[in-house]
Write a protein that binds this ligand. Structure first.
Ligand code: HGY
Ligand code: MN
Ligand code: MN
Length: 412
């Protein structure tokens, strides 16, 4: 049997190879449905096929492979993560969990393990929600929760989600029939980088995830009056960008004032018809609001909306506030976490439990199945950044724990 170190090196080589595929030459970008996304997916598919697995590309573009149990009435346990990325991403956010899952299936096949349950590995096609600002498109098809009304959403180039799915070879007519029936789910497990500094600071390779924060994603548009930068007196302006700037700082101030319980970010800002000699007439920005506490998330949302209304009133602007996505916070499955903690202890590591500030596909999955995650230490906790990195020794340590965790599931 391959040692954990040789397996880790193999997975690392695949992560590095996948990282060479991108929409642009600068960094790593493979957003939902783009040619670069499809090229990356094809590479992962080729590795799955080389392992002797029959790969199904489902209607939303997820890659799906299964090891079936001889017990045909068995339920299905899912290992997964995502292969889409943010813009200028790191190498590990998503692919780590997919390629580690593929290694697990390869090991089980090599050892000819008789499974008491079906084991499905899924590479989700859209966790990040970068292109259509709606996350979890891939996992929501697998759980039967896909919102058909999203099909008409348009990306920055005006391409609808339906068109993107079709262009990628997906099938919008099949989206509702690609779910794993709720009764068939045995459990869900995702390995993912921590994307935070705790494991780095504590010098521990892995952690159990006990909960995942909820999030509100809003599109905020400030409508003023475009005008000549040279002729409109300062006190007669309806400057949309000045209003948006006040909003950005108000969001930061609110987040700092409530930093124990929430995080608030404006990650995108677009000035329409921008020119240096034009007073901005329309500005659209994003608001990303998160908390592990649903009540605090709701009150933060209401407070920031009220603040924004005050800003537009004082500046004689018009506000368009569109909630793009709301996801409630979730708690991970305690029984799975108990087994995972046991596997971590047996592997010689201290058990650290973390709440995830980042969203993950485990969130929609937890609606239909017991779900949990394990975090892997990453360099200084940096993620959504080309500096994102995982050390091979931590990947080997992760494999040791996941081997034990899966064995405990198989033998229970
Ligand atoms: O935004 C997030 O929390 C994740 O990276 N999709
Ligand atoms: Mn991720
Ligand atoms: Mn991410």
């Amino acid at each position: 049997m391959n040692t954990h170190e040789t397996r880790a090196a193999h997975i690392m080589r695949r992560i590095q190879e996948l990282a060479t595929i991108s929409e642009d030459t600068q960094g790593i970008t493979r957003t939902f449905g783009t040619p670069a996304f499809v090229a990356g997916r094809d590479l992962v598919q080729s590795w799955m096929q080389a392992a002797g697995l029959a790969v199904r590309v489902d209607s939303i573009g997820n890659l799906r492979v299964r090891l079936t149990s001889k017990n045909l009435t068995a339920k299905t346990f899912v290992l997964a993560s995502h292969i889409d990325t943010v813009v200028n991403a790191g190498k590990f956010d998503g692919p780590l969990g997919v390629l580690l899952g593929l290694d697990m299936l390869e090991q089980l096949m090599q050892q000819q393990v008789q499974l008491p349950f079906h084991l499905e590995l899924i590479a989700f096609s859209d966790e990040e929600g970068v292109r259509y600002h709606t996350t979890y498109l891939g996992s929501k098809v697998v759980t039967g929760a896909f919102d058909q009304s999203l099909l008409q959403r348009r990306d920055a180039k005006g391409i609808t989600l339906a068109e993107a799915i079709t262009t990628m070879g997906g099938n919008v007519e099949q989206l509702a029939s690609d779910a794993i029936p709720a009764a068939d789910w045995l459990g869900y497990f995702e390995v993912h980088i921590e994307q935070g500094p705790v494991l780095w600071e504590r010098d521990i390779p892995v952690a159990v995830v006990t909960a995942i924060a909820g999030q509100q994603r809003v599109e905020v548009t400030f409508q003023g009056m475009a005008g000549h930068a040279g002729t409109v007196p300062m006190d007669m302006r309806q400057d949309a960008l000045a209003g948006a700037a006040e909003f950005v700082l108000a969001v930061e101030q609110f987040g700092l004032a409530h930093k124990e319980n929430i995080v608030a970010t404006v990650g995108k800002l677009d000035v329409r018809n921008a020119a240096s000699n034009v007073i901005p007439g329309e500005v659209t920005c994003s608001l990303d609001l998160r908390s592990a506490d649903a009540t605090r998330l709701a009150s933060a949302y209401d407070a920031l909306y009220a603040t924004t209304e005050g800003i537009v009133r004082s500046r004689n602007l018009v506000l368009r506030w569109e909630l793009i996505q709301y996801t409630a916070p979730i708690t991970c499955d305690t029984a799975l976490n108990k087994k995972l903690a046991q596997a971590i202890t047996e592997s010689g590591h201290e058990v650290v439990s973390l709440v995830s500030g980042a969203g993950h596909d485990a969130v929609p999955i937890s609606v239909v199945s017991p779900a949990t995650m394990m975090f892997v230490r990453c360099f200084k906790g940096i993620s959504h950044n080309p500096l994102e990195n995982v050390e091979e020794r931590d990947l080997a340590a992760t494999l040791q724990v996941v081997d034990r965790f899966l064995s405990s599931l198989i033998s229970s």
